[in-house]
Write a protein that binds this ligand. Structure first.
Ligand SMILES: NC(=O)c1ccc[n+]([C@@H]2O[C@H](COP(=O)([O-])OP(=O)(O)OC[C@H]3O[C@@H](n4cnc5c(N)ncnc54)[C@H](O)[C@@H]3O)[C@@H](O)[C@H]2O)c1
Length: 265
């Protein structure tokens, strides 16, 4: 038996980075996994790779900032697998760095639209579907929201990202309390990654950075993490697996830093 055997999971942003790792780990532990992403080609490839290894995974093009897209992906979970038990709100964008007095309103709205509205819509439609499961006597359900270390502490030159990720932190607690008080058996927690070695971070340093070259930036990031390395996508996947499983049955509304000690300093 896997640790999430026969649970039905949706993972957003599943085409690469952490989302792909989360898909693989949940599938390895027995879940039926639906991946959603705006990148259809890579999203399909990740799901096909899981199926080739005997896991159960499907992909659907999904834009987290679009409510109709949420209705479609939740419907797929219900029609194909009979309901939704696990939702991982992982999709996100890392915007161009900018000082606040030059940050374009369009960029602010795009960042908040994906990184915060996307999690709100996921919680809304996820909770709606999960209430149906638990009301029928199904297993406990879990939502895991991927925030950031920058949802716990501030940082310069990325007010939009920090505002979105900080919003995810408290949105998580609000939804967790509603679900707990309503006795809905839906747990809701946030994960706060430090620098994780994914296309997002590699793209960020390759874009040219005010603090130095790509290699200098990676070295600087490693130095700020007391454990002395970047995180791996599987570090986040393993934390998601725990929070999504019944092993975390008494954990809701919590914030788990998976950041090599970054925010402990
Ligand atoms: N990598 C890090 O160091 C780091 C640190 C802290 C938090 N995070 C957060 O972790 C999450 C995953 O990051 P990652 O590093 O794997 O990023 P990534 O860029 O490598 O992958 C993100 C995925 O999200 C998808 N995506 C973007 N916009 C979308 C949308 N509107 N709808 C659906 N999918 C969309 C992308 O196509 C991509 O496949 C993000 O929320 C990110 O903010 C990352």
């Amino acid at each position: 038996m896997g640790r999430v055997q026969d649970r039905v999971a949706i993972v957003t942003g599943s085409a690469k980075g952490m989302g792909a790792a989360i898909m693989r780990i949940l599938a390895r532990e027995g879940a039926h996994v639906i991946g959603g992403d705006v990148d259809e080609k890579l999203g399909e490839e990740i799901a096909a790779g899981i199926r080739a290894k005997g896991g159960d995974a499907v992909f659907l093009r999904h834009d987290v900032s679009d409510e109709a897209s949420w209705q479609r992906i939740v419907q797929l979970a219900e029609d194909r697998f009979g309901g939704l038990h696990i939702l991982v709100n992982n999709a996100g964008v890392l915007p161009q760095q900018s000082v606040i007095d030059e940050l374009p309103l369009a960029q602010w709205r795009h960042t908040l639209g994906v990184d915060l509205d996307g999690v709100f819509l996921g919680c809304k439609h996820g909770v709606r579907a999960m209430k149906k499961v638990t009301a029928k006597g199904g297993p406990d359900c879990a939502i895991v929201n991927i925030s950031s270390a920058l949802g716990l502490v501030g940082a310069s030159h990325c007010a939009d990202y920090v505002a979105a990720k900080g919003g995810v932190r408290l949105l998580t607690k609000a939804v967790a309390l509603e679900c707990a008080e309503g006795k809905h058996r839906i747990r809701v927690n946030s994960i706060h990654p430090g620098a994780i070695d994914t296309p997002m971070i590699r793209g960020h340093v390759a874009d040219g950075h005010r603090l130095g070259t790509s290699n200098e930036m990676i070295d600087l990031m490693i130095k700020t993490h007391p454990i002395g390395r970047l995180g791996e996508p599987s570090d986040i996947g393993n934390a998601v697996l725990f929070l999504a499983s019944d092993e975390a049955g008494f954990i809701t509304g919590s914030e788990l830093a998976v950041d090599g000690g970054l925010t402990a300093q």
